[in-house]
Design a protein around this ligand. Structure first.
Ligand SMILES: Cc1cc2nc3c(=O)[nH]c(=O)nc-3n(C[C@H](O)[C@H](O)[C@H](O)COP(=O)(O)OP(=O)(O)OC[C@H]3O[C@@H](n4cnc5c(N)ncnc54)[C@H](O)[C@@H]3O)c2cc1C
Ligand code: SF4
Length: 439
């Protein structure tokens, strides 16, 4: 029998949460704090906050090859390594071995994932943005797909609840297309970014440039068991300070503190059990990753938080007379219509000047250009709908485009952002006009 953490095994629980990533951690915290005895099942290995961040304090010279992946390493993670920054020796343990967890691609799709307690909350980029009414209303306005059943005002209090708990730093801009969060103090722009901001605002009709909005603790507000970000930019390894939000630093400890959580790692959920008499989901079927034993756990409430693809797979595998095509799949839409945001497309630039200045620390954040297209008047485009924000991964890194509710094509040509005659030239805009955006 696999190991249970924080509580003994029981046959049935008030609630079951599948997955311990960002959504599973939150579900566990909320259910446990409401007094429900909750079993949290995670397919990957146990990871303990701080003590299991084995590379957090290592320097390049502490790793073989200064941490660069070898050919053999890359052969094990051919898909996980596509981003170019995730599979070096300091962080590759948080990404799956593609040979052990293969998937077929008809067209390239980068499915970046890690199987361990904490899920991708450990290795995520912490960029945290609210959607606006423009986003929630876009399907209806465009007559596309299904109208969102909620609007910004319905979700705003929940954004605030999450932000207040996890800590999101950023600058308030009061823009209709990018509502402000409940911010902790913003991280500072460096001198080149400040100039970039000024020139963009001057040259592009007030277009905004702001510091990224990130789930890092800044300022003096207290967070249980977590301290202020130290600007080390080693977040992807796991942060011993709890400087950024992860399930391990934040929501799972809160769930544990209630005494109501039982956590079982190494538990691969493969099916939700359906009771035809009560017409309810009554439990889940599990294969122990280590012993290969099978188990069933029962509960009144089941939250599937195994991530978009894995939760869908579990539902599609949950077949019964009532649901021959998978649970909740009467529409036959489960497993269809997935989309992702783009990484590594955009613009980069080199700036000469400011030779007498330097920056301090390694700020774990870049700049952000909020959506500026199809917002009315001169911003409207006839050749595509909607818009996109523009996110720089971190100072000095290649920018990436975060699509807001939109899909972009023809992204292969990467233009450069040049400063000519003291003005940032519109290579970025030229780039945007190359793109055809569909929905
Ligand atoms: C490198 C990287 C950078 C990112 N940067 C950002 C960013 O800047 N901003 C942003 O908003 N998002 C970012 N994301 C995306 C973000 O991490 C995910 O959207 C988020 O973690 C999804 O949360 P989740 O709880 O649905 O899934 P996950 O966090 O993936 O957690 C799912 C958990 O379920 C477990 N699981 C899976 N299948 C099963 C099963 N069958 N049985 C039991 N357990 C199972 C997994 O092991 C995992 O622990 C990034 C992701 C990556 C990989
Ligand atoms: S930059 Fe901040 S959040 Fe990231 S590892 Fe360092 S202290 Fe932690």
């Amino acid at each position: 029998m696999g190991k249970f953490y924080y509580n003994e095994e029981q046959e049935s629980y008030d609630a079951i949460v599948v997955g311990t990533g960002i959504s599973g951690g939150w579900a566990a915290k909320e259910l446990c704090e409401k007094g429900l005895k909750t079993l949290v099942l995670e397919r990957g290995r146990m990871v303990k906050h701080i003590e299991d961040y084995e590379t957090a304090n290592k320097d390049p010279w502490d790793f073989p090859n200064a941490g660069q992946p070898t050919k053999e390493d890359l052969e094990k993670q051919p898909k996980q390594s596509r981003t170019g920054y995730t599979t070096n020796a300091a962080s590759s343990m948080w990404f799956v071995n593609d040979l052990v967890h293969p998937y077929n691609e008809i067209r390239r799709f980068d499915w970046m994932r890690g199987y361990h307690v904490g899920g991708r909350s450990l290795q995520w980029g912490r960029q945290s943005y609210r959607w606006s009414d423009i986003d929630f209303g876009a399907n209806k306005k465009d007559g596309i797909a299904v109208d969102w059943p909620v609007r910004y005002k319905d979700i705003a209090p929940w954004y605030a609840k999450v932000e207040d708990y996890i800590g999101v730093s950023g600058e308030a801009l009061n823009l209709p297309q990018l509502p402000d969060s409940n911010f902790l103090p913003a991280m500072e722009l460096n001198c080149v970014e400040e100039q970039f901001k000024e020139k963009v605002m001057e040259g592009f009709d007030g277009r905004a440039v702001t510091i990224g909005r990130v789930a890092h603790i800044t300022g003096t507000k207290n967070f249980d068991g977590r301290t202020k970000c130290q600007y080390r930019n080693r977040c992807i390894r796991g942060c011993p300070f709890g400087g950024y939000f992860s399930s391990l630093s934040s929501t799972l400890p809160a769930a544990e503190a209630t005494g109501n959580m039982t956590l079982r790692p190494d538990s691969i959920v493969h099916e939700v059990i359906y009771d035809a008499d009560t017409k309810k989901a009554t439990g889940v079927k599990v294969i122990d990753r280590v012993t290969k034993e099978t188990h069933e756990f029962k509960a009144k409430v089941i939250f599937l938080c195994a991530s978009a693809i894995a939760s869908t797979a579990i539902l599609m595998q949950s077949k019964s007379d009532r649901f021959p095509n998978g649970m909740g799949n009467d529409s036959d839409q489960l497993g269809r219509n997935i989309m992702d945001h783009h990484l590594g497309v955009g613009a980069s630039g080199k700036f000469d000047g400011f030779d007498d200045k330097y920056y301090k620390g390694r700020r774990p954040n870049g700049v952000y250009i909020p959506r500026f297209r199809n917002l009315g008047g001169a911003s409207d485009r006839k050749d595509y709908k909607r818009g996109f924000g523009y996110q720089e991964v971190q100072a000095g890194a290649i920018g990436k485009i975060r699509s807001q509710n939109s899909r972009m094509e023809k992204t292969s040509k990467i233009p450069y952002l040049n400063q000519v005659d003291g003005r940032w030239v519109s290579a970025v805009l030229a780039k945007y006009s190359l793109m055809k955006i569909t929905v």
